[in-house]
Design a protein around this ligand. Sequence first.
Ligand SMILES: *Cc1c(COP(=O)(O)O)cnc(C)c1O
Length: 493
Amino acid sequence: MGNQPFYHSTRGNEQCAPKEAILQGIAKDGGLFVWDDLDQVQIDLPSFLRLDYKGMVQELFQKLLWDFTAEELKECAQAAYGDHFDSSLITPLTFAGSQPVLELFHGPTSAFKDVALCMLPQLMSKALKGKDKKVMIITATSGDTGKAALSGFQNADRIAILVFYPEGKVSNIQRLQMVTQQGNNVGVCAIDGNFDDAQSNVKKVFKSAGAQKLEKEENIVLSSANSINIGRLIPQIVYYFSAYQQLLKQEKIKIGDAVNFCVPTGNFGNVLAGYYAKLMGLPIHKLMVASNENKVLDDFLKTGVYDRNRPFHTTISPSMDILISSNLERMLYYLCGKDVEKVNGWMNELAQNGRYQVDEETLVKIQQTFISGHCDNTQTFEEINRVYKSTGYVMDPHTAVGSYVLQQYDQTEPTILLSTASPYKFTRDVLRALQMPLSADDFECMEQLSKISNTPIPQGLYALKELPVRFDTVIQCEDMETYVCEKAKELLK
Ligand SMILES: *Cc1c(COP(=O)(O)O)cnc(C)c1O
């Protein structure tokens, strides 16, 4: 495979150019698309760090997504980051006391997933050009992904999106964010069941007779917006460089100095992007993986045994309540010596027994870069309170998991904490952590949080108060296939 600049599956030889990999999402053999020569695509730091955020996006994408033209990438960067973020830095670096915090939540839905989901639809639209196809995105969500995807795909050309959420199992703010979504190519539907029901039925729809019929008769292909798509992964590499650039500008480091990042982790997408940045030449010493009570990754990184056979905990950092971290497969591929046989073996064991163990040599290599820790619910509440009391900075529960883990390590290099959600998305738990009285009204809670944290309420969240509800359908899981087929035709007319 050597020098050919193609993406291929972590489990075999299936090759794809970048545009095709983005449209396809996942390889046909179930593997994820990787590029063998990533560590040879070196970024020249001094010149790269002189660029603004959009400039870095274009430069980095040109190297990794080589079948897009420079003009296409410029348009994508402008459409994604031109005016959707409430900070011109896109991902501004701030400080909680002396602790650097990279805020990834300044996009339209106040979650870090915006950084990638503002870009993926742009890339997909360009990849579709000249093809006689339309795309129907279907996604199951436990809260955050659904809204970020709806917002990102709103009014995209020849693409429609349908989001399924479990009725009664997302927060009121999260529900309002979705059911008030504007746009002619979007749909939102509740299902009678939990998130796993939504997720497993979406997977069934992909393989259904209805899906085949859509492709054959309507030229509509189903696709997903989840974080295994390289079009979601690659945009996340950029903010690691941006963090370094901002630390440099504030004279906390000199160019070439090593830094660490601490990353609240679920599906391993965010922290994997950090590893890609390291491979491409960003001087990263350690990547700290922070888990909540679902600490399957922390255990794996300490022992080399990945075991999902354990109770599932519902926590106050719900976007990290995950027992199968899909993107880990890519890290394993790079660190086991790019051996598809090995990866295949582990993934088969995972599918069959829910467990695998990597060899000692691979584990040693992994531990050279990745360290880890975990934080339970009580510790998360306490950490939000501790940081506020000592610095005045208010963080969301996901960020607090990272903050707690970061304290457990004594590093000589500066460690940047990634903040993955605005505290306004989790106002109730945050106020509870700060031991503040709680109003029954979510918007009054936001106002209270604004007063004590001295930060503005994100417009998109406060606007929910006035927006009309557009979607109130609830369906049974068995009816999802029919529903998707009807909606696909209607939304992609
Ligand atoms: C999705 C999400 C995470 C986990 O990110 P991964 O890339 O899945 O590891 C962490 N925090 C928040 C707020 C999220 O929405």
